[in-house]
Design a protein around this ligand. Sequence first.
Ligand code: FE
Ligand code: FE
Ligand code: ZN
Length: 276
Amino acid sequence: MLYLGCHLSVSKGFENMAKEALSINANTLQFFTRNPRGGKAKDIDMDDVARFLKILDDNGFGKIVAHAPYTLNPCSKDASVREFAFNTMKDDMDRLDSLEGKAYYNFHPGSHVGQGSDEGIKLIADVINRSVKPEHKSTILLETMAGKGTEVGRSFEELKKIIDLVDKNIKIGVCMDTCHVFDGGYDIVNDLDGVLNEFDSVIGLKYLKAMHINDSMNTLGSHKDRHQKIGQGNIGAETFKNIVKNSRLNKLPMCLETPNELEGYGEEIKLLRSFE
Ligand code: FE
Ligand code: FE
Ligand code: ZN
């Protein structure tokens, strides 16, 4: 059983989003917790959320993914930007409790903007330790990054260092973005199992909780992060076939973040299901 879905908008409500997912044969989904560039989150309508959770339940959805805004940078040089990251993460985690642990909370670790990755890693862990509580129902996920600019999280080692500095009782995992790891230099095209073995030895596969399924406009190790439609980039359809057939990956929720509208996402979900 594959859990496949895509990035959707929650702007018309949670129930509406679940119906959109159903219309393209998705059984997971991802949404932004608020405007991707930041800003205030809408109040949660608990009746809407209850109808949403019932649809997910009735249709056998896997875990879903709530994505933090891109502007969140817990390792900025600027203390006020770090404070924004703290406030946003805390508020998002509080609000996500209404989804009863059904949603992971995924975020980009951040960009150290010249302070060096070790300093960045310390700042990221500090924001997590202050904003996330063991009582929160959602598990937080660090997303693997392409290594654009001064992004932290381009290597499994960096993600492992963050995890090691986070309080042991906080629920934490990793979301692997196929475009990002490929652009980051991990050759999932020629050696998917080798990459997974490396992930296992550095971080531990039990930390791998979700996947972002994107092809890449750029080449291995390019550190660019430009997503492409499935099969139209440098990763290629064959690799996505290997991914959905891989027993270490194919029970995880997989969300597309390809340049598509709803219909295009539906076609990609159909394609990926045909590979199973
Ligand atoms: Fe992301
Ligand atoms: Fe992603
Ligand atoms: Zn990306």
